[in-house]
Design a protein around this ligand. Structure first.
Ligand code: IPM
Ligand code: MN
Length: 361
């Protein structure tokens, strides 16, 4: 009997997306041959690339493809040339539609202090040492999708509306992912909201507390989002799982990325009932695109998350994570991480180093 291969839709996207995707695919090839994994990859356009190829940020071919695969790997989406397009045709709209299409409602963003990079963190080493938490961000609702939404320029004074809307069910399902994640870790959830001002947050707090009763072994605290932003800088090592709604999670995850020393290191997994989406947290960085200097580690680590959560192959994922740590410990630095006097490596060179580190059993 032939082994059924694991099918991945690869969406390189825009800016540095294609470069970091290529690096991640190189690492995937190495790891799949080492672990005897049968993987099938096929690339499709999204974002500005989709607009150029098919006049839509999530072209029909791409939409069909992602519904038929086991996992989606995404590079990055966004290009300033798309800024003046109508909202539904902007590159970012393609990403939001993709998340909606696959109903990826739980976005996991692990943030860990890497010992070799202590000096790169904007925080003092003793403050960031041992930092290891996961942000579980609700990804399918809230302000990103709520109706009505509009920008009205017809009157004397323009106005705009966005709606933050959450149903109990939407909160419940992501809360369970948060508690399950905590169970596999140190067993602590901090649920972040703005319950002193927002009704959605009051419901959020209520539902999360209800779900907590199903998890007596997990400790739950509630924290207001402004305080959470502060605590992340003051005591980042105190967090284990941060559970929060869509926009708060977006903002806090960039802050978390910065604490590790570079946004070029943070990976993410977006999970639902269907294929998951695995993508680096950094954006398309148009200013860096095409120069071969983008840090591919977030993409490579996203490939590790794909192997862990998508292909259910934790050993292959751990091998990649170990190789990345070894490469950093050996002093390999992408340009944004290299300090004065340190040699910087480009995208390809870093991919080669990780690939080589994987060959050593
Ligand atoms: C992210 C990005 C996206 C988001 C953008 C590109 C729409 O910032 O994945 O964090 O806001 O979700
Ligand atoms: Mn973001």
């Amino acid at each position: 009997m032939t082994k059924k291969s694991f099918r991945i839709a690869v969406l390189p996207g825009d800016g540095i997306g294609p470069e970091v995707t290529e690096a991640a695919l190189q690492v995937l090839e190495e790891v799949s041959s080492r672990f005897d994994l049968e993987v099938e990859t096929r690339s499709h356009p999204i974002g500005w690339a989709g607009v150029q190829e098919a006049e839509h940020p999530l072209p029909a071919v791409t939409r069909r493809a992602v519904e038929e695969v086991d996992a989606v790997f995404l590079g990055a989406v966004g290009d300033p040339r798309g800024d003046d397009l109508p909202p539904e045709l902007r590159p970012e709209a393609g990403l939001l539609e993709l998340r909606k299409t696959l109903d990826c409602f739980a976005n996991l963003r692990p943030a860990r202090a890497i010992p070799a990079l202590e000096e790169a963190s904007p925080l003092r080493p003793e403050r960031v040492r041992g930092m290891d938490f996961v942000i579980v961000r609700e990804l399918s609702s809230g302000l990103y999708y709520g109706e009505p939404r509009l920008l009205d320029r017809s009157g004397e004074e323009s106005f705009a509306v966005n709606t933050m809307r959450y149903t109990e069910g939407e909160i419940r399902r992501v809360a369970r992912v948060g508690f399950d994640t905590a169970r596999r870790r140190s067993g602590r959830v901090v649920s972040v909201d703005k319950a002193n001002v927002l009704e959605t947050s009051r419901l959020w707090r209520e539902v999360v507390s209800e779900i907590a009763e199903e998890y007596p072994d997990v400790e739950l605290d509630h924290m207001l989002v402004d305080r959470a932003a502060m605590e992340l800088v003051l005591q980042p090592t105190e967090f284990d799982v941060i559970l929060t709604e869509n926009l708060f999670g977006d903002v806090l995850s960039d802050e978390a990325a910065a604490l590790t020393g570079s946004i070029g290191l943070l990976a993410s997994a977006s999970l639902g009932q269907r294929a998951g989406i695995f993508e680096p947290v950094h954006g398309s960085a148009p200013d860096l695109a095409g120069r071969g200097i983008a840090n591919p580690l977030a993409a490579i680590l996203s490939m590790a998350l794909l192997l862990e959560h998508g292909a259910k192959h934790p050993e292959a994922a751990a091998a990649i994570e170990g190789a990345v740590e070894n490469v950093l410990a050996a002093g390999v630095r992408s340009p944004e991480l290299a300090r004065a006097g340190e040699r910087a490596s480009g995208t390809r060179e870093i991919a080669d180093e990780v690939t080589r580190a994987l060959e050593i059993p």
